[in-house]
Design a protein around this ligand. Structure first.
Ligand code: NAP
Length: 454
């Protein structure tokens, strides 16, 4: 895949980048390897200063950075600017809490002194997706750098301008040479990078297929990996729920980022006693969404990031309808240049339809009717993914069962699933393993070292 910035709203190629050649990749990996022993000895307070300076730059340049994101991958401009702000938040969060999260702990044993230290591992390769082109990178980079690791970013091939802008932010923030670098390379170079003895660990955010490749390469080298993969998150609505609030949030939860979020709600599992009313409210709000130029602040849905994604979404919708799903809204690509797809609702989706099992990365909602809480939980768990889940109920006993029994890395009650620096983020099943954010995230790429002294 060419490394190119192509505006998905117009189809216009902004710029194509030649990938880094072998010599340039070698230069950058060597620089990272040389920087690591120095950076790990840099006091926490100094590392925190770099993160705080990065946060200041993100905020100062949020409008311009938002435009870079929107033009390159199509998210609405307001969301893009908010993404830059959220990156500033995660930098400040780890600048403030990183040292405490990694403080040496004392453990009482037979020793005069014993405990646990958290030492950095080395250069970490980050293979990142285009959908949150800043947030995904910063939520890796902030804890990794704070822990004393150095970062090498291989970003998705369709967001090189974002990748280079992030490198520039760290440079301008005073990160020393080699502490954070972008590699402009395709995915065909990832396995060789993982095999490089100077690379200590790898983190991937991306699709299941990429997860299999990266997990296999890391396994072959016995290297630490974190995999943040796809999701088919359930959104359960039970009879005691605040229905208008649930329907309004459901639309937001499905269409955030033009429907291209791993934790977007994708399967709406609604009790049959309220399913008709929920569908009516939901379809009405989906129909009212404003689709168009993502640089227009009033637009709620921009284009899908590439023509290939639009074609795949269309194929999954068509095959789901052919398998018996009822098309309640949309179901087609929109005319014109750009990769636009109509907000779509599939109802009464049968198990055999792709919409019941595949992750649809676009503004396409699938509605399922269930007769009981037991059935709702069973349908929610009937997926190979396990990233997030949202459930709506005002019944405390139902809430307890949902929180305990849903197989996912996060359960949100009466709210939509979102990432937050203070809470761990990650999946189970084929949504991956490992955690980002919070204390758990900064402890992924460290050597948990036991210390014992007679
Ligand atoms: P993708 O095609 O898997 O690409 C993600 C990254 O992996 C890109 O840098 C890509 O490079 C690279 N890549 C692709 N195939 C690879 C392979 N075989 N070996 C090594 N690297 C490979 O995913 P995407 O379409 O960009 O992103 C959407 C997916 O990411 C969705 O499934 C979404 O749910 C998931 N996601 C998960 C999370 C989470 O936190 N769990 C967050 C956001 C997104 P190239 O671009 O050069 O191909």
């Amino acid at each position: 895949m060419a490394i190119a910035s192509i505006n998905p709203a117009t189809g216009q190629t902004i710029r194509t980048y030649p990938p880094h050649d072998d010599a340039e990749v070698e230069r950058r990996v060597a620089l990272a390897a040389r920087r690591f022993p120095l950076w790990r000895k840099t006091p926490f307070a100094e590392r925190a200063k770099v993160l705080l300076a990065a946060a200041d730059r993100l905020e100062a340049r949020k409008q311009a950075l938002g435009r870079v994101m929107t033009i390159e991958m199509g998210k609405p401009i307001g969301a893009a600017v908010a993404e830059a702000e959220k990156c500033a938040w995660v930098c400040r969060f780890y600048a403030e809490h990183g040292e405490a999260f990694l403080a040496e702990e004392t453990v009482a044993t037979d020793a005069s002194h014993s405990g646990v230290r958290y030492d950095p591992l080395g250069p970490v390769l980050a293979v990142m997706p285009w959908n949150f082109p800043f947030w995904q990178v910063f939520r890796f980079a902030a804890p990794a750098l704070m822990a004393g690791n150095v970062g090498l970013l291989k970003h998705a091939s369709n967001v090189p301008e974002c990748a280079l802008a992030i490198e520039e932010i760290f440079r301008d923030a005073g990160a020393p040479e080699g502490a954070f670098q972008t590699l402009l390379v395709g995915s065909d170079r990832v396995a060789a990078l993982i095999a490089d003895p100077r690379i200590a660990a790898v983190t991937l955010t991306g699709s299941e297929g990429a997860g299999v490749s990266v997990g296999r390469a890391a396994g072959a080298e016995i290297k630490k990996a974190v995999l943040e993969l796809g999701g088919s998150d359930p959104f359960i609505v039970l009879p005691s729920a605040d229905l208008p609030a649930a329907a309004a949030t459901a639309v937001k939860a499905r269409t955030i980022n033009n429907g291209q979020s791993c934790i977007a709600a994708k399967r709406f599992i609604v009790h049959e006693s309220i399913a008709g009313e929920f569908e009516r409210l939901f379809v009405e709000k989906m129909r009212a969404l404003k689709v168009g130029d993502p640089l227009d602040p009033s637009v709620e849905i921009g284009p899908l990031a590439t023509p290939a994604i639009a074609a795949e979404v269309d194929d999954l919708v068509r095959r789901s309808v052919a398998a018996g799903a009822r098309l309640a809204l949309g179901g087609k690509r929109l005319d014109g240049p750009g990769s636009f797809y109509a907000p779509t609702v599939l109802s009464d989706v049968p198990d055999a339809a792709p919409a019941a099992s595949e992750e649809i990365f676009g503004p396409v909602a699938s509605l399922f009717r269930v007769r009981s809480l037991d059935e709702a939980i069973a349908v929610a768990n009937r997926t190979r993914f396990g990233l997030g889940a949202s459930a709506w109920t005002r019944d405390a006993a139902e809430r307890d069962r949902l929180v305990r029994e849903i197989e996912a890395g996060a359960v949100f009650i009466n709210g939509m699933v979102k990432s937050d620096p203070r809470l761990p983020f990650g999946g189970v099943k084929r949504s991956g393993f490992g955690r980002e954010l919070a204390m758990q995230g900064i402890r992924e790429f460290v050597n948990v070292k036991a210390v014992w002294e007679a």
